[in-house]
Design a protein around this ligand. Structure first.
Ligand code: GAP
Length: 486
């Protein structure tokens, strides 16, 4: 059965993965809080990302830059002038939307013939752009006038009230300004970072000067970014604050072939998603950005997309950003950011390839990918590496001291090796169903036979098979079973 977004949102709330932000005060749009198991899942994904992309490599080093940064950083990067979405409001019901998303959602549903005829009639849009819209059904890179034209031509209705009564298209900057100190004004203006990437560029020289790195090498960062996003819905797919995992991979374009590096990064990203996170390859694909869509400084951009319940959407971007960012920061800061080649003595401004992913999108992806619902149960078949708890321990009855004491002992022993949950509420069937929904791969029950022969029942989440295992072998049995699932 195809997974629906409503199912994911429901299980996320019901079982403590994701709660709507500020909920007891009526909620705050596009913000979310992670509950007890969501926090574990998020942490597992971040740890795996860090281990795979930083700790296991000898050509990537880590960074943890400030969330608040100087306004000059964002002037240099182009975010204060160019980092904007086109917004419109419905005059009838006041729904505020990103115009590009409204159009894309609408034209996705048109048949090829209607889309082609409609778009080809808009001759004031350059014919390459028209071709790109028809081919990709994406409208990134269009001007406000071009967006307005499409809205009018297709008489796109409001998804909430069905009226076609849109305001003018307005550009809205995504950066979150913050005022430092007590005096408001230009001097005190700073920004919450809109991407982690700029931290790597402004610290490039610091890292070069303070470590033993040499080109080619990457600087990686995992942390929060902030964007004043308008689009509502789809849980944590697009939010105001989110966690990014980004790597700026610096290289000398004279010595490294960017196309080769680009292909290598594609392979690495793909294997992280399929092998480390265990996501089904058939739900992933690559999509190359068209010329109109790509930032002007990028030579190539490809998105790894995942088939979410609301369609194939960007999960992870890979961009060859040339030397754009370092050269912008050189110009604005008046600091020399070039590297001296140790052999030739010549100076080079490194180019960069950037894999950039949203950790919260990875979390939403693994939840969607793992979700299975049958008549009997709902189960999250999370990869054991990701599961918030690897094992749950139950005493058969909560009012029998011998059983509870023995279960506590088993729990304490297993905790030395795994993340373990303890549950003595309700009947065993209900406890299994609960653990299935939070993705726990194994449940261990302590019953009256345990008191006689020191064996326990181990129940497998996926096959639902049960086995009796002697307690002294339990930890090694579970380790081998978990490894088998990996
Ligand atoms: N430094 C390049 C950069 O930030 P991006 O495509 O804007 O590129 C990279 O963002 C990734 O961050 C996206 O592929 C997506 O996974 C995630 N992301 C971006 N905006 C997001 C948002 N508002 N909420 C959640 N994740 C977001």
């Amino acid at each position: 059965m195809k997974v629906e977004m409503n199912d994911i949102v429901a299980i996320a709330k019901r079982r403590g993965f994701i709660y709507p932000g500020s909920e007891i005060y009526g909620g705050l749009a596009n913000t979310y809080d992670y509950g007890p198991v969501g926090t574990e899942l998020l942490r597992n994904i971040k740890n795996l990302w860090w281990e795979y992309f930083v700790q296991r490599r000898d050509d990537v080093v880590g960074l943890d830059a400030s969330l608040i940064s100087h306004q000059a950083v964002w002037n240099a990067s182009g975010h204060t002038s160019g980092f904007a979405d086109a917004l419109i409001d419905c005059k009838n019901c006041q729904l505020r939307m990103r115009a590009d998303h409204l159009i894309e959602d609408y034209i996705t549903l048109l048949n090829d013939q209607n889309l082609e005829t409609g778009i080809q009639n808009l001759t004031s849009i350059h014919h390459d752009k028209r071709f790109s819209i028809i081919k990709t059904r994406k409208v990134e890179g269009l001007s406000s006038e071009e967006i307005t034209l499409i809205l009018q031509k297709f008489k796109i209705p409001c998804p909430k009230c069905s009226e076609h009564a849109w305001t003018e298209v307005r550009k809205f900057n995504l950066l979150f300004p913050v005022n430092m100190g007590i005096v408001e004004g230009d001097q005190s203006l700073a920004y919450l970072r809109g991407e982690t990437a700029q931290g790597m560029f402004i610290n490039f020289k610091n890292v070069m000067d303070s470590t033993r790195v040499k080109l080619p090498f990457g600087i990686a960062q995992l942390g929060k970014s902030f964007r004043n996003e308008i689009t509502p819905g789809n849980s944590v797919f697009r939010t105001l604050e989110f966690e990014q995992g980004e790597i700026e991979y610096f290289f000398d374009p004279e010595k490294s072939n960017w196309e080769e590096l680009f292909e290598n990064w594609k392979v690495t990203m793909w294997s992280f998603a399929t092998e480390v996170l265990g996501v089904k390859a058939e739900n992933l694909r690559w999509r190359e950005h068209t010329d109109d869509e790509r930032s002007f400084y990028s030579k190539r951009t490809e998105d790894m997309e995942y088939q979410f319940p609301f369609g194939f959407k960007e999960l992870w971007g890979l961009a060859y950003r040339t030397d754009y960012d370092l050269s912008q920061h050189e110009q604005h800061s008046k600091k020399d950011l070039k590297v001296v080649d140790s052999q030739s003595g010549t100076k080079v401004l490194p180019h960069v390839i950037e894999p950039a992913v949203g950790i919260n999108r990875l979390l939403l992806m693994v939840m969607c990918d793992a979700y299975e619902k049958t008549e009997k149960r709902t189960v999250l078949k999370l990869h054991p590496r990701l599961a918030p708890f690897k094992v749950a321990v139950f005493p058969l009855l909560s009012n029998k001291e011998e059983l509870v004491g023995k279960a506590r002992k088993v729990y304490d022993d297993l905790k030395k090796h795994f993340t373990v949950a303890f549950d003595d509420r309700g009947n065993i069937g209900k406890r299994y169903l609960y653990q299935d929904e939070i993705g726990t791969p194994f449940c261990v029950t302590i019953d009256f036979d345990t008191l006689e022969d020191d064996t326990v029942t181990v129940r497998d989440r996926d096959s639902m098979e049960q086995k009796r295992i002697v307690i002294k072998d339990l930890s090694s049995y579970l380790t081998s079973q978990i490894n088998e699932k990996m």
